[in-house]
Design a binder for this molecule. Sequence first.
Ligand SMILES: [Zn+2]
Length: 198
Amino acid sequence: MSAIEELTAAFARLPGIGRKTAQRLTYFLLKQPKEEAARLARALEAIGERVRACSRCGNLTEADPCDICADQRRDQATICVVEEASDVLAIERAGEFRGVYHVLGGRLSPLDGVGPDQLAIRALLARCGNGGHVTEVILATNASVEGEATAHYLERALSGSGARISRLARGLPAGSELEYADGETIAQAIAARRPLAS
Ligand SMILES: [Zn+2]
């Protein structure tokens, strides 16, 4: 494979980028000064080498624990459970939430072979377990079918933990991804979160 083909193929594997856009990006870079491509290469290398998952919450970070877990001004007793690290970013952008997070790394999806063991559920239960000081768990999985199923599963799994369990309010459009919601909508959904019965 030529260098041009290789880069085009790599771009085309990114989400939302088709073959045509991949080609356009490749030829755009070829027209730029060499330094521009080198800077991109360095940035890609850096995220591979420096960014990892926070050992406590699973958020992507360069420091472990991440800035959010390490921040003692944040309410460590309130955990917001999200599917992906990009959801943390979306909720932080809303600027309303002062607790900490737990990143599942996906959602339950039996058809795709994703069961509880494929997600960071055991780690969540450990954080919320006996002797822990967690008082509230906010289930902020997406409003999709799988996101709802994941929330139901967690609700049952956490029922003995002693923590109050709530779900984001329905301000978020059904089927929508948290990542793409605007900050105002997310802030409202957190403020109006509803307690679950268990
Ligand atoms: Zn963390």
